[in-house]
Design a binder for this molecule. Structure first.
Ligand code: ZN
Length: 201
């Protein structure tokens, strides 16, 4: 990157932003310059939220969802007979909640099983998921991993492990474009893929 015309502080900011997923050098530059043009309130607000969130947000050891305090809703023993939706990452939780077609618990795998990338059931702590399914009597479990080959492989693997532990196990509809990722699917398509989910048997 040419640094002749930019102050080194700005170059540093662009470099930091470009380390974020999906943000290349040009987007990072655009964001940094945008922030410099706006009143400084916005930069301060972003900086403050980032520090606060990083300090206070934790990951629930049971469901792997981000939480603000020690006790997560998934630990509520009163809740039985709920639906559980298994997803790859926390962004999928937001996408599925935004689709407006789901009310229930989530389990975030924090990845997908992958032979090519050497990601094993131990890496995703699948045993922890199985223990959760055994303890809570879910009335339905939705496998909402991406319709990619790793996503299908992961869904199939989990299905084999839990098929005797829940009366109804479903998979999001194939109508979802093959090879796409859950968090990139538009809201309406995702809502439809949840409505059209099919029983695995
Ligand atoms: Zn939890």
């Amino acid at each position: 990157m040419g640094t002749n015309y930019l102050p080194k502080e700005l170059v540093k900011l662009i470099e930091s932003l470009s380390k974020l997923p999906g943000i290349g050098n040009s987007t990072a530059s655009r964001l940094a310059l945008h922030l410099m043009k706006k009143p400084s309130d916005l930069s301060l607000e972003i900086a403050k939220s980032l520090v606060e969130a990083r300090k206070k947000v934790k990951t629930c050891p049971t469901c792997n969802i981000f939480i603000f305090d020690e006790k997560c809703g998934c630990l509520d023993s009163e809740k039985e007979g709920e639906v559980l939706c298994i997803v790859e990452n926390a962004v999928d939780v937001i996408s599925i909640e935004n689709s407006g077609e789901y009310e229930g618990q989530f389990h975030v795998l924090q990845g997908l099983l992958s032979i090519s990338q050497g990601i094993s059931p131990q890496d995703l702590k699948i045993d922890k998921l199985i223990t959760r399914v055994k303890e809570k009597k879910f009335k339905e479990i939705i496998l909402a991993t991406d319709p990619t080959s790793d996503g299908e492989f992961t869904a199939q693997f989990i299905y084999e492990k839990i098929k005797d532990l829940c009366p109804l196990i479903t998979r999001i509809a194939i109508g979802v474009p093959i090879g796409s990722e859950v968090n990139y699917i538009d809201k309406n398509t995702l809502a439809k893929s949840l409505i059209d989910r099919r029983k695995i048997d």
